[in-house]
Write a protein that binds this ligand. Structure first.
Ligand SMILES: [Zn+2]
Length: 837
């Protein structure tokens, strides 16, 4: 023990002095000279990289300085984050290439087109996208970017000249500016003068939600395919504009690890990714190995992570003829931390990332024409496997939802067409103006396939991320994967929002159907304005048009506004939310009449969400984003930390997102219960099921997976356990459309995203099961046989009354990653119609 103590002291003091004497030579290769005209990082930051965590504003200042000084660097501002930080891209290449950049780009991109056989790849530069710290609290990447940019701007000699001549580097110093800034503040404000490596120090445990995510607490390294966030939009635009050959994604992992580079676990590679991609990844890996050997750093490869979900930065390139590479450095979190591998200093983590950034460029240089040839052959092979027919998707009643899927496809450079004429196929109707045709015969057809396919058989039963993401299911759209091209109309070059009907003035009443994605946004505007509105509990027919369950009625008489004011206001609402509203002149409709008791009055909703310690930030953030960005609705974030002193009586609805452990104390539980009994609607997600049951909000019967390990060895135990989880797959449920939770849906089946093994037995009273998993619910993704058997006929939704209020439970995430547009309405129905359930 004494000996160990001494070793620690020695190691610690050695380390401290190492950091006190930290100098650029710790990082930079010393076999070349550096141009003294180029500003060093410390001249802008005021410290050597690694002494403090760089904030995003200083990172930007340094990058702009380099761009202004070096003819090798041009800089592009691609917009801003949610918090207004610039999304910079530096283009780094030789001075001669800089003058010729657009020609180089065009030539490069033409490698992906037909007739590219004559292009001489040995004479073409390779394009490398280097992206850093998409998880803001994995800071060694962005801090290493300071050094890599300096090296590329200031390095002199034949080796670097050749590198710049043969390479165009798309240098993205911070993939997550808001998260990086948040984390740097934490690490820096908790730094001690005498660096303290005790892992229990506050320095290593960030305050909720941490800096991993962006402003709305999204994991941006899952958004490369759905492209729902401004940061993703910027980098996906760059990606398609340049078609880089290699894309590197610099991350951090647990502090007790070493350094990881891809390939990941071979058996988990997505089957649509060519084997050659993985072979090249492996060959590139030999360059990382050599460089890390040279500085004495330990590393590993192929044992962890995978290339399955195409929404990750290191996998997305693989379906685009490129090679994505993941780096994971053990994290020091703060400035120095005790770990299983001794003291892990922040500078050490930066040096490994910097080294891997350079070995990437070295590999790119040496393997240049091989990798360019691979890109050309990827697209050539891809052209040979194109189908002759097309996909179609659409929704007659919800054009906005279909439009948003089309928008994603356009962001992924997919060619889409209008529907030429109405047609019916396999029992589904597709209408001109309410859907889109996607021909298979196009350059991006592999991306489309990856986005649209359903898959239920796999070579592995473990996944680093979700096992399914089929977009037509996530959007709950009518879809067919084989329609004749004759139904394709005009090609869509610039995608326009769907058109809405012009509002005609009425002296009597207005009707708004509930199917449109944005109808909750419109309803909220109407109720907030103080207008009376009602919801129809039954369907009816007016002016020969069918109005479905959940139609909103706005009577003209007995309102705070006069006829003209109502008309003008509703016109504004209709345009703002892009939803059609219709004026009617009689209450004598077929089915229920407009004065019927089946029209129930609605109240403005004051919604709160519980956030903070114990709550899953992603799940909470998705809801915050949904209300704030999509529906323009206020949602108050109530922190678990000061829940005790919160006045709940202001809110009509409280959302309890998924949580781990206990987010709320006993007295908080009683407080919520009293609030529900007074008339509140409490909406819980996923693990809230257990909490609801234990605290007697609702009685639930859970089904348990009791599968026992048989013939499973010690070595196989983790795989065995993992295979019994549900990492994220898509399942089918039936919908009782007459139940308010299902208002606005136009058929009786829905796809749900599930990543939990909470199975709830259905109620013996059928009308209490408005959503129920089918007999064979698996639509896409992996689930073990025992779990699938359990899931059949269980329910993902429960609702009970409690006093004057309501308790509602969803076991599945209706807002997953911002792209599950198809299930968002379930939550909005719980909000607006909870009282009618
Ligand atoms: Zn990460």
């Amino acid at each position: 023990m004494k000996y160990l103590y001494l070793v620690l002291i020695l190691a610690f003091s050695f380390n401290l002095s190492a950091q006190e004497n930290l100098d650029l030579s710790y990082y930079l290769p010393q076999d070349i000279s550096y141009n003294p005209e180029i500003t060093t990082p410390q001249e802008v930051l005021g410290y050597i990289p690694g002494e403090w965590h760089v904030t995003h504003d200083l990172l930007v200042a340094y990058m702009r300085t380099l761009a202004s000084e070096s003819p090798r660097i041009s800089i592009e501002n691609r917009g801003t984050t949610f918090e207004g930080r610039p999304l910079l891209l530096m283009l780094i290449t030789s001075e001669a290439n800089q003058k010729n950049l657009e020609t180089i780009r065009k030539n490069h991109v033409s490698l992906t087109e037909a007739n590219s056989e004559n292009l001489k790849t040995e004479e073409m530069p390779i394009v490398v996208y280097q992206g850093f710290s998409i998880h803001g609290n994995e800071p060694s990447g962005s801090n290493a970017a300071l050094l890599a940019a300096y090296y590329l701007a200031a390095g002199q000699g034949e080796k670097i000249d050749k590198l710049l001549e043969n390479t165009v580097i798309l240098f993205d110093p911070s993939l997550n500016p808001d998260g990086l800034q948040r984390f740097a503040y934490w690490a820096n404000t908790n730094k001690s003068k005498n660096l303290n490596p005790d892992p229990q120090d506050r320095e290593f445990s960030e305050v909720w939600p941490g800096g991993r995510t962006n402003h709305y607490w999204f994991d941006m390294n899952r958004d490369w395919l759905p492209v729902q966030l401004p940061e993703s939009r910027a980098r996906i635009t760059t990606f398609h504009k340049w078609q880089p050959n290699i894309l590197t994604d610099h991350h951090e992992m647990g502090s007790n690890s070493s350094f990881f580079f891809q390939p990941g676990i071979p058996s988990r590679t997505h089957p649509l990714t060519p084997q050659m991609n993985q072979d090249l990844t492996k060959e590139i890996g030999t360059y990382h190995a050599k460089a890390l050997d040279k500085i004495g750093s330990l590393y590993y490869t192929e044992e962890d992570y995978d290339d399955f979900y195409y929404g990750k930065g290191s996998t997305f390139p693989d379906i685009n003829g490129s090679i994505g590479i993941l780096f994971e450095q053990a994290s020091s979190r703060g400035h120095v931390q005790e770990t299983d591998n001794g003291l892990l200093t922040f500078p050490f983590t930066i040096r490994n990332q910097f080294t891997a950034a350079l070995s990437t460029l070295e590999a790119a240089g040496s393997m240049r024409s091989k990798i360019l040839d691979y890109q050309r052959s990827f697209y050539k092979n891809s052209r040979n496997t194109m189908g002759k027919d097309a996909y179609v998707f659409g929704s007659e009643k919800d054009k906005n939802k279909a439009y948003h899927l089309a928008e994603i496809l356009k962001r992924q450079q997919v060619e889409i067409y209008e529907i030429k004429e109405d047609f019916e196929l396999n029992g589904k109707n597709f209408k001109k103006g309410s859907g889109y045709i996607v021909p298979k015969n196009q350059r991006q057809h592999r991306v489309v396939e990856a986005m649209f396919e359903k898959r239920t058989s796999f070579t592995d039963s473990l996944f680093y991320d979700v096992s399914a993401w089929s977009f037509p299911l996530a959007f709950d759209l009518n879809f067919d994967n084989s329609v004749p091209l004759k139904y394709a109309g005009e090609k869509i070059d610039s995608l326009q929002k769907p058109s809405i009907n012009t509002l005609i003035k009425s002296e009597y009443a207005y009707l708004m159907e509930w199917h449109d994605y944005y109808s909750p946004k419109a309803l909220n505007l109407i109720l907030e304005k103080g207008l009376r509105a009602q919801v129809g509990m039954k369907s009816f027919e007016a002016d020969s048009k069918n109005y479905d369950y959940g139609t909103i009625l706005i009577p003209v008489q007995n309102q705070k506004m006069n006829t003209t004011e109502i008309f003008n206001f509703l016109k504004e609402v209709s345009e703002k939310s892009n939803v059609s509203i219709t004026g009617v002149n009689t209450g004598l409709t077929k089915g229920i009449n407009l004065g019927s008791n089946y029209f129930r009055s609605l109240e403005p909703q004051k919604v709160a969400i519980i956030v903070g310690d114990g709550i899953t930030p992603y799940d909470a953030g998705e809801i915050w984003h949904l209300f704030d960005q999509r529906y323009d609705m206020h949602i108050t974030k109530l922190d678990t930390r000061d829940f005790g002193s919160t006045n709940l009586s202001k809110y009509t609805d409280i959302i309890l997102p998924n949580s781990w452990g206990t987010a709320l104390e006993k007295k908080d539980t009683e407080k919520i219960k009293d609030w529900v009994k007074d008339g509140g609607t409490l909406i819980g997600y996923k693990n809230a099921a257990k909490w609801f049951n234990t605290n007697e909000f609702m009685k639930l019967e859970f089904l348990e997976n009791k599968v026992k390990a048989k013939d499973i060895s010690f070595e196989e135990r983790n795989d065995f356990r993992g295979a019994q989880g549900i990492g994220g797959a898509i399942f089918e449920a039936t919908q009782d459309r007459s139940h308010p939770v299902n208002f606005g849906y136009s058929d009786n089946k829905i796809a749900l995203f599930r990543d939990t093994t909470i199975f709830i037995k259905a109620d013996s009273t059928s009308f209490n099961n408005p959503l129920k998993y089918t007999e064979k619910p698996l639509l896409s993704g992996y689930i073990s046989k025992p779990n699938l058997d359990l899931l059949a006929n269980t329910v993902p939704f429960k609702q009970v009354e409690m006093g004057k209020g309501n308790v509602i439970l969803f076991t599945d995430n209706t807002n997953f990653r911002g792209f599950w547009y198809g299930t968002n309405k379930l939550l909005m129905n719980a909000i607006f119609f909870g009282d009618e359930m």
